[in-house]
Design a protein around this ligand. Sequence first.
Ligand code: GLN
Length: 539
Amino acid sequence: MATKYIFFTGGVVSSVGKGVTAAALGRLLKERGFSVAVQKLDPYINVDPGTMSPYQHGEVYVLDDGTETDLDLGHYERFIDTNMNRVCNVTTGQVYAEIIAKERRGDFLGGTIQVIPHITNEIKRRIGLVAKTTGAEIVLVEVGGTVGDIESLPFLEAIRQMRSDTGRENTISIHVTWLPHIGATNELKTKPTQHSVRELRSIGISPDMIVARSDQPMDDDLSAKIALFCDVERQAVVPMATCDVLYEVPLLLERAGVGDYVLKRLGLEARRQPDWSEWQRLVEEVRRPKPIVKIALVGKYIELHDAYMSVRESLHHAALSNGVEADISWVPSSELEKGRSWDAVQNADGILVPGGFGSRGTEGKIQAARYAREHKIPYLGLCLGMQLMVVEFSRNVLGHEDANSTEFDPSTSCPVIDLMPDQRSISDMGGTMRLGLYPCELQPGTHAAEAYPQPLVQERHRHRFELNNTYREVLQARGMRFSGISPDGRLVEIAELTDHPFMLGTQFHPEFLSRPNRPHPLFVAFLKAVKKQKYPDNL
Ligand code: GLN
């Protein structure tokens, strides 16, 4: 069968859940027996989000192959449970870098390079690569930003062209918009949606379906009005009020008949009946009142929860599987340094220190790790959170006051965390870290080995610094054990404390592999330790 394409554009405002909608529709199609992949087209000029501040862009999500991507890829993988690859996130920066490199090589000798056709051709080539590299039969393509942005025009033009290139019956276009609510009259307004559809039409794209997001539920009259003014079929207007349970979105789309409608428009027939029993159980379990455990998430970019999207989701997945609810306190580590926000740490049943870069707030994280160690509070450290757990231990247990990572103090006399020799000569910042899947061998008799069902695991990485092997022996002598090691023995992947209910740090990022129905083993073990301590009789 010819590859089918579903294009997603956004109207009115951004951040209304276009990524979640695309991810959820992907699941509907997978449930009908099709192989799907999702691609995000990001109009910014950075080559990837790896060099961007999480304040700008939220979390940087990492794929198996080490690609640093937009956080929407996290939604795709969590909802569809299929791993994406390098071609699934395209930016304007990548497209121009490719074309300019070709121009310098002389590939276009004599020609003038223009947005149409050179840039648009390159965008189309990259869209085509998704099916080629993943084998997907249906490719969902989400264009970042909203219609009307200058930056997204070449992407929109490319998807417009794809419609005739691949045949109209092989593509459909879905526009995700926002209906503002007017408090004074208590009504939802469709006018901005009408305008954004007009804008989309002016560049040659007619939406086949409109997903109308709103905070309040919308009535049938309004759907009919949108259908009329925007010239889509009545059943192709999908009202999507904000729902409290993220993982209910596929069920809502299913109930609205979106899966069947999309297949019909693409000329396809479902290969099997969707089975939603697992998702229904999941949503019911989220709604069921459960005992609460408080988790202090001590980070640097706390004001923006999106910066820790996968960590937050992984905590919720693992809490569910333990039959508890994780109540996350977002603790800014730099506040801890000033003696503030400590009550959140002191009241916590578990402490989690996520990944991070740069020195701001690291001392606060070290203090949080010390608190967890001394008060025997379960602790999970992710990447930087593991490195700082080792720094804390070296300072306060080994007595090396000056211990640090050379990332923060290049001249420390006790560099327990340091660059690997092969990283020293690298001067570029973009894409030069240790990225993607690497194997880790678990050491028997440890928390880590007990948590995972198998002795050799593959986990996703994104870091430059490593535990300095010259300190392994002294750390071990005082009660730290290295429960995960690279198979060649060179790199410590997991460190944990022997004399503690659960204090464990990973050099990798387990949060990128947690799925709602398949919580990550280490998060499950962390929450289990938290639950055991808080509700000792309840096990
Ligand atoms: N900054 C640290 C490093 O580069 C940790 C990175 C991270 O937490 N992802 O090794």
